[in-house]
Design a protein around this ligand. Structure first.
Ligand code: ADP
Ligand code: MG
Length: 691
């Protein structure tokens, strides 16, 4: 592993490559664009493009692509060769500043949620110089934003960049009040990625995994995760080899994959990278998912990124660790050592708490999908209720502040002194509540609701925008205050009191919590359609308009895209389930019961009554009959589909999904009765406990 330092980032046109390959003035101009978001001079772009091309060609690249993140949730690329004809039949490798900065692409086959009329199919991609270009499969990939001909945004990156600007702008205003001179506040993100690895051979035998990414049938294996012997357990050699190659591939792309370990469920693993800026973290996470799948394939595995590939064991999530950090190197969620630092920390903490409470629905929407609905609220996953965990110590501080400091003697004493009349903050991060969807973990918040297959852009758009809005309100109030300290203390107390309800340190998996949450007036948006209804709520429309993120049309388009994605997913699942039932499961049940019945007949013909086997044939026949009926009900649920994205999504949740689950229940019972030799595809035992 001595070559790691050379390997790391070797496929990235990063800062050190830029510094080495660009003339000084060009480098400085580009750096200004990157740091301060200023426009790039076309002359500078030409020089950068030429240097990028030379570097890429030197590494064996032949093509370039504008790499972007349309609303499909995955990344898109269209490859062009660097070739430029010379007129005499020969070619040179060429790449201009124009090609670097802007690309035109046919947008008609990407979801736009009605934003782009079909006659205007053009879309544009524009270079995002804050994310480094990189080489993947002989192609220079240029991270870009994607918008329609008329400028409406069609991707996930543009709103993310806008939200990063918004939170920077408002945080800077707040920091000025504390006498700090900073030029940029960056939202930082580290996305821990969970995934399953299963044998490619088994995967190939299950149409449900191939077509839907999850098992639509499958009785629980005799052993699940109850022994807790997989979590952090020793990693099997084949998986280890996969992880080693994955790390190497990620390192080449400058993705600092740091920790790899086994997760709770059998065959489940996790990769955690080192955090970086929110937009780079998003790009890197998209790349990581792609590379995981590729590397898995080389090792005879399939990497499942679905949120709930197997019922009854843990699903996979993505923990979005988030904080704000200044260009002077200060983490704004790191509690300081002096009372003044504490005051600043408490103000930012209060802002996050208020933002999460005010925009619970948006955070829930940012993690809404058919796949994640199966995970939220099930085995060891946070429920669909958004709440914040700050730890016992910090909660005591909050309570003391809210009640005017009457609770705790130590807090009391501390509160009477110090510049801001705010208490020092005793912190203990060891006691982490893994059941909380939004947990303070010492110097950052960890949002645990995102699903494993998600693009994390949306979650970070919601977080940045909501926090930016609250910081703006705080700055407006404090800038006008006659005495800053007094106004600050009053604001923190008032807002913590107003949002105390969102703090919950108890067991988020407990059955009492939904009842308690309802009493507190918190939202519990169980399904994706229910959550999505609130996307264009007036308060949300006002938020996005105020922060310059989305117009009403853009919100509606996003709402519709997710609703349609939800319905399409469920309909594909339902049709796949029907195929499996009719073409594989029912025939297997009939074949097996026929064999047992023939055995019974033979035995009875020689005077052996075989009553248990007879009974088995009877039960098999009854259950098989019931399964026929359930299949017919599932099929008929598909005939009454309403039109319109919202009603259709709602119908899928209320009628199709339950019909699928009802059929599954019977099929899974039959799996337990039918000989393994007759079962038409690998069972949970085969899938999860291979050697
Ligand atoms: P765990 O949650 O397993 O204890 P860590 O606390 O080390 O692990 O971090 C989890 C993730 O949080 C990592 O991806 C890490 O890089 C990221 N992280 C750490 N500090 C920050 C920060 N200030 N902003 C965003 N992410 C962070
Ligand atoms: Mg974590």
């Amino acid at each position: 592993m001595s070559k790691v330092p050379e390997l790391f980032g070797s496929m990235v046109f990063n800062d050190s490559v830029m510094r080495e390959r660009l003339p000084k003035d060009i480098y400085r101009a580009l750096r200004r664009t990157i740091n301060e978001g200023t426009a790039l001079d076309p002359a500078v772009a030409d020089v950068v493009a030429a240097a990028m091309k030379d570097w890429a060609v030197g590494k064996g690249a032949t093509h370039f692509t504008h790499w972007f993140q349309p609303m499909t949730g995955i990344t898109a690329e269209k490859h062009d060769a660097f070739l430029s004809p010379c007129g005499d039949g020969s070619v040179i490798m060429d790449f201009s500043g124009k090609e670097l900065i802007k690309g035109e692409s046919d947008a008609s086959s990407f979801p736009s949620g009605g934003l782009r009329a079909t006659f205007e199919a053009r879309g544009y991609t524009a270079w995002d110089p804050t994310s480094y270009a990189f080489i993947k499969d002989d192609t220079l990939c240029i991270p870009t934003a994607f918008c329609s001909y008329h400028g409406e945004i069609l991707d996930k990156k543009t709103p993310l960049l806008r939200s990063m600007d918004a939170v920077s702008r408002e945080a800077i205003r707040v920091l000025r009040l504390f006498g700090k001179d900073v030029r940029r506040v960056t939202s930082t993100v580290g996305a821990e990625q969970e995934y399953f690895l299963i044998n490619k051979e088994d995967y190939g035998k299950r149409a449900d995994l191939i077509l839907t990414g999850r098992t639509l049938f499958g009785a629980p294996a005799p052993k699940g995760q109850e022994m807790e012997d997989h979590y952090y357990g020793s990693i099997r050699p084949r998986v280890k080899a996969f992880m080693a190659e994955l790390d190497e591939e990620l390192w080449k792309l400058g993705i600092c994959s740091k920790t790899e370990h086994n997760e709770v469920a059998p065959c489940q693993h996790e990769m955690a990278p080192l955090f970086t800026t929110a937009n780079l973290a998003t790009d890197q996470n998209q790349l990581s998912m792609e590379i995981m799948k590729k590397v898995a394939n080389k090792h005879g595995f399939v990497c499942l990124l679905h949120e709930k590939p197997f019922e009854g064991v843990n699903g996979s999530g993505k923990h979005n660790n988030w904080s704000l950090s200044t260009d002077t190197g200060e983490n704004l969620l790191d509690p300081g050592k002096t009372p003044m630092d504490n005051a600043q920390f408490l103000l930012f903490l209060t802002a996050v708490i208020k933002a999460v409470d005010d925009y619970q629905d948006l955070l829930r929407i940012s993690v809404a999908s058919a796949g994640n609905d199966h995970r939220l609220g099930a085995n060891e996953a946070p429920p669909a209720i958004v709440s914040v965990y700050v730890g016992d110590e910090l909660e005591q501080v909050v309570d003391a502040l809210v009640s005017g400091g009457a609770h705790d003697k130590a807090v009391d004493a501390a509160m009477d002194i110090g510049v801001t009349a705010l208490p020092p903050i005793p912190l203990d991060n060891s006691d982490r509540n893994r059941t909380s969807p939004f947990a303070f973990t010492g110097n950052k918040f960890e949002f645990r609701m995102p699903g494993s297959s998600f693009n994390i852009a949306c979650t970070n758009v919601m977080l940045n925008t909501a926090v930016a809005m609250v910081l703006r309100e705080f700055a407006d109030e404090l800038e006008d205050a006659p005495v800053f300290d007094t106004a600050l203390s009053a604001l923190i107390r008032r807002e913590l009191a107003a949002h105390r309800r969102i703090l919950f340190n108890g067991n988020g998996y407990g059955t009492d919590w939904p009842i308690e949450a309802q009493r507190r007036g918190l939202l519990n948006l169980r399904t994706t359609p229910e959550a999505l209804e609130r996307y264009d709520d007036p308060k949300n429309v006002a938020l996005f308009a105020a922060m310059g993120i989305y117009t009403l049309e853009e919100i509606r388009s996003r709402q519709e895209i997710i609703q349609e994605d939800y319905s399409k997913t469920i309909l594909i699942e339902a049709r796949t389930a029907l195929d499996l039932l009719r073409q594989q499961i029912l025939p297997a049940c009939m074949a097996y019961s026929k064999q047992v019945a023939e055995g019974v007949a033979v035995k009875q013909s020689i005077g052996i009554p075989a009553p248990e086997e007879s009974a088995l044939v009877r039960s098999l026949t009854e259950e098989t009959g019931l399964l026929f009926q359930r299949a017919a009900e599932l099929e008929s649920s598909l005939t009454a589909l309403p039109s319109g994205a919202a009603p259709r999504a709602e119908y899928c949740a209320q009628a199709v999904l339950p019909a699928m689950e009802a059929a599954r229940a019977v099929a899974d019972r039959l799996e337990g009765m039918v000989s393994h030799d007759f079962w038409p595809f690998p069972t949970y035992r085969d899938l999860l406990f291979y050697i």
